[in-house]
Design a protein around this ligand. Structure first.
Ligand code: CUA
Length: 177
């Protein structure tokens, strides 16, 4: 206990006990194992998909998103445009206080390049109920190649605390046959 001074004045020069050495070795080896498992899980596990990141200004990202919305909006839902871009194309979703905008409608078994960025500060892109979870920052265009393999309605939940409307920050991706 550290509330009384150590009995030996040169307390820090004691030899390390064997049990402590074993513990250090076990912790170190386990750390190494987990380090290599991260690489293995990236390829073989059901982990986050690989993403690319590019620098982009919020203005430029907003412009690209608006152009897509103008060209491919098919309907509205709760005040949000629902956009159905052509399969294989670049699709955009932007995070801002406090929404993921716009809603997307994608075709099953078609690939899209999904671009994500924030216009203000850090948001989280968590696609429910799948295991896709990304941190989205302003100034960076995060690109993931997405091939939906089941039809349905998916929610995008912000899981980085971003202020008073954080819990309302929910987006939608519809996947149709
Ligand atoms: Cu955006 Cu929390």
């Amino acid at each position: 206990m550290a509330i009384t001074p150590p009995s030996e004045r040169i307390w820090w020069k004691e030899p390390i006990a064997k049990i402590e050495l074993i513990w250090i070795a076990v912790a170190f080896l386990w750390g190494l194992v987990m380090f290599f498992m991260m690489i293995y899980w990236h390829g073989a596990g059901e982990q986050n998909l690989s993403s690319e990141a590019y620098r982009i200004t919020p203005e430029a990202f907003s412009e690209k998103t608006n152009a897509m919305v103008e060209a491919y909006t098919v309907r509205e839902e709760s005040g949000f445009p629902v956009v159905r871009p052509p399969p294989g194309s670049d699709v955009y979703m932007l995070g801002r206080l406090w929404q993921w905008w716009p809603m997307l409608e994608l075709e099953k078994d078609q690939s899209y390049r999904l671009h994500l960025s924030s216009l203000d500060w850090q948001h989280g892109f968590s696609l429910q109920p799948t295991n896709i979870n990304l941190q989205i920052h302003p100034g960076y265009d995060m690109v993931v190649t997405l091939t939906p393999d089941q039809a349905g309605e998916f929610s995008v939940v912000c899981n980085e605390f971003c202020g008073i409307g954080h819990h309302l920050m929910i987006g939608k991706i519809f996947v149709v046959e």
